[in-house]
Each structure stands twice: as C-alpha cells, then as structure tokens.
Design a protein around this ligand. Structure first.
Ligand SMILES: [Zn+2]
Length: 190
C-alpha cells in the first residue's frame, strides 16, 4: 500500500481529521489522528497488518507481543496472518508486565507490534520485557510511525506508514493568526 492509499483510508474512516485542533499536549495542529478509528474496521486492520506480516513472515515468528491498549488489535491481526500466538503487556505500577498467564519461553522468536509510534518508549519496554524472558526479538513493527525518524530500535523495524506531525505553540499558531476557530478533538464541533 502506498502512503497516499493509506491516508485515503484514514480520511474515509475519520481517523485523520483536517482543520485546526488543540491536542492533549496543548499544542495546536492542522491534523488530528486517531488510529483506533481506522482499526474499528477489521478489513482495514487486515490491510495494514498484511504489510507487517509479509515483512516478517520469513522470520518464523512464534509470538507477537504488543503494549496495551492500542497495540492489542494490531498484534492480534498480525499474529493471525502469521499463524502464531499474540500476547500483550500492560502497565502494573507503571512497569510493563505480562499478566493473565501470558508467557514467553526462552528462545522463542518474537515480534513487537504497536499501532502508533511517537517516541517508541512503549515498544522499547516490551522488547526489553521479551528479551528478559529469553526471547529472540526479531523485529518491531507499527501501523504508523509519527516520530519523523526519531524513534530508533536495536532490532529491525518497519512501519506500514510514516506520517509527519505538524504542531504549533498556541501563541505562534498560523491557524490562530488566520482567525480559524480551534477545536478540541472529540468534541461535537468536529
Ligand atoms: Zn491555533
């Protein structure tokens, strides 16, 4: 899938909005992106996850591991396509942990999967968790890399789509200067 095809899917499913938004960080942006809105359509999840599965099929992955919550849907679909297990890690006292009886056996070939990477912090944590269990982590994969190249990993990594993030400090926002009303994503005005 090309970047333009992917962006079209995001726009059509309402995952990518264009306008003038106040993000959770307080910064303003001409875009708002919510990956879950495209993944609510299983056929779209399959489309993106196919790219990831094909990239890592030759690695004979035993288990896909994802950070909760955003990564779970992606991990499940990638594992379905690869014919392997899918497990997820979640925070317990702020530390990424395997709960629910999930286990990784020493030597298992593991792929870390996430929906969106901005800093890569959660993915690095699940890689470290898998390695501590003795896994052979063969790679990391994401639907969208929004890090503009800043997220780097010690294992081979792949993003189905790269998306630049444009943000402005509110006092230096050109959209504010044009008098365009700013909206908070999720509000009825959007
Ligand atoms: Zn603004």
């Amino acid at each position: 899938m090309t970047n333009e095809q992917a962006l079209t899917l995001f726009r059509e499913s309402g995952a990518l909005l264009e306008g003038h938004f106040r993000l959770t960080s307080g910064l303003h942006s001409p875009n708002y992106f919510q990956c879950a809105k495209v993944l609510q359509y299983p056929r779209h999840a399959e489309t993106f996850c196919k790219d990831i599965a094909e990239r890592f099929r030759g690695e004979k992955i035993d288990v896909v591991i994802s950070p909760a919550i955003g990564g779970i849907v992606v991990g499940q679909e990638v594992a379905r396509l690869l014919g392997c297990r899918a497990i997820f890690a979640e925070r317990e006292n702020e530390v990424m942990t395997l709960r629910r009886g999930f286990e990784i056996q020493p030597g298992e070939k593991c792929l870390a999967v996430e929906d969106v990477v901005t800093t890569g912090g959660s993915v690095k944590e699940v890689i470290a968790l898998a390695q501590a269990a003795g896994a052979d982590v063969r790679g990391a994969a994401f639907i969208v890399d929004r890090s503009s190249g800043r997220a780097q990993f010690e294992v081979p990594f792949f993003a189905a789509l790269k998306m630049e993030v444009v943000t402005y400090q509110p006092e230096a926002c050109p959209l504010c200067n044009q008098g365009i009303p700013v909206v908070k994503p999720g509000s009825r005005k959007v």
